[in-house]
Design a protein around this ligand. Structure first.
Ligand SMILES: NC(=O)c1ccc[n+]([C@@H]2O[C@H](COP(=O)([O-])OP(=O)(O)OC[C@H]3O[C@@H](n4cnc5c(N)ncnc54)[C@H](O)[C@@H]3O)[C@@H](O)[C@H]2O)c1
Ligand SMILES: [Fe+2]
Length: 383
């Protein structure tokens, strides 16, 4: 048996933030990152709350990648303020921190339910609709996804006004995260008709609008489309799971602070090649893995028509690398310029173990060995 459900009610389009006037809570804790407060973007959240007569407090001590010590600070704040709901405002880091803070606080105090409203300010993680929260154990240098239905937000508010200010490099990274979510869920071992429909639309939007949003951040049509694509891709992987691009990217984030979407983009062409497992001399190969057909369908969705499936998969790899180059995403770890070869190669063994153990590995279409993962990490240094 398979089950598909959507817990989160999604408010989207022009003036979606007006929903905050009507939410059924009287006392809320806003959890956000310092940028949102410093840039005064927070006013777009607090004004409708004030109009609705809703009392609020703000915890803005969130930093990228949800480190556990900051989550603990947030739990303290939650327990002292005792909100009826949490409003998570920010990128994936703020939303994931909020999910973890609420989860742990409820466990400590055995509260009755406390609501969660997620308001993304990047078009990337889809965390506003997923049951995932990626946290970072900074001491062990391991990032891992917590997965539980109880982490899922009750409501998501998608207002593209909030993403207008995202600079080009973060638009590129987060946009490639969207594409990676859609692609990995599309080929995952748990893919199904519902997840595929959501992923197909998300990939189609990325194909048309990601570069537009990158080149002109004030292109509101492109911004709106990417904001919806991010959510669609989140809904897709929430039911179908992800794959080893994410498992491996989590480790690059934990070890070297490579932004999540950027790490995905760098790994993705290599993972498509690994999962498709097409020989160099493909004509000598009699049969192909099922993922070849699915990757070929993705190439079709992106308009990369080709007369056979093998060529289509190669076009898909080329398209991902084209997007990397157009959006100035490094192709190799060496190109990043801040990581020494000793540091990098010294971490590969540990990263491979953690990637194999990562929850996202279970739904990858091809089962990797530790050696496979190590080989891909080594190739990523410079190829
Ligand atoms: N829960 C999930 O389902 C899920 C899925 C994928 C990734 N993740 C996790 O989410 C995190 C990454 O999230 P992210 O990619 O959204 O980045 P992020 O939240 O770390 O934010 C990146 C940077 O963008 C800035 N920023 C955010 N909104 C902005 C805006 N509107 N204008 C200008 N700057 C803005 C932030 O201040 C920060 O410096 C990672 O920890 C990743 O592992 C979670
Ligand atoms: Fe992701």
């Amino acid at each position: 048996m398979k089950t598909f459900g959507m817990k989160t009610v999604i408010h989207f389009g022009d003036n979606a933030l007006d929903r905050l006037r009507e939410i059924p809570y009287k006392r809320v804790l806003i959890i956000t990152d310092p940028f949102v407060v410093q840039s005064k973007m927070i006013d777009l959240i607090t004004e409708p709350l004030a109009k609705g007569g809703i009392e609020y407090d703000i915890f803005s001590n969130v930093v990228p990648d949800a480190p556990v010590d900051k989550v603990a600070d947030g739990v303290k704040k939650f327990l002292s303020y005792q909100p009826e709901a949490v409003i998570a405002v920010g990128g994936g880091s703020a939303i994931d921190s909020s999910k973890a803070i609420r989860e742990f606080a409820l466990k400590i105090n055995h509260y009755s339910d406390v609501g969660l409203i997620a308001v993304p300010t990047t078009s990337g993680t889809g965390s506003e609709v997923t049951s995932f929260a990626v946290v970072n154990d900074t001491e062990a240098k391991v990032k891992y996804p917590l997965i539980s239905p109880s982490l899922t937000a009750d409501e998501a508010i998608l207002d593209a006004e909030l993403v207008k200010s995202v600079p080009p490099a973060i638009t590129a990274d987060t946009g490639m995260d969207v594409f990676t979510h859609a692609l990995e869920s599309y080929v995952s071992t748990d893919h199904n008709e519902f997840s595929a429909a959501l992923a197909e639309k998300a990939m189609e939007i990325c194909g048309v609008f990601l570069l537009r949003a990158y080149l002109d951040g004030s292109d509101m049509h492109a911004r709106q489309k990417m904001h919806v694509a991010s959510c669609l891709a989140g809904l897709s992987f929430n039911t179908a799971g992800l794959g080893i691009t994410h498992s491996m990217a989590h480790q690059l984030g934990a070890q070297f602070h490579i932004p999540h979407g950027r790490a995905n983009a760098m790994l993705l062409p290599h993972i498509v090649e690994f999962n498709a497992n097409i020989n160099k001399r493909s004509r000598s190969q009699k049969t192909y893995l099922p993922s070849v057909e699915r990757y070929a369908s993705v190439a079709h969705i992106l308009g990369l028509s080709n007369y056979n499936q093998v060529m289509s998969v190669r076009s898909l790899v080329n398209w991902i690398q084209f997007m990397q180059k157009e959006m100035n995403i490094p192709m190799t770890i060496q190109e990043i310029g801040t990581i020494s070869p000793d540091e990098y190669f010294g971490a590969i063994d540990k990263m491979a173990d953690a990637a194999l153990a990562d929850a996202c590995t279970t739904t990858n279409p091809r089962i990797p060995t530790k050696e496979d993962i190590m080989k891909i990490y080594k190739k990523l240094w410079s190829f």
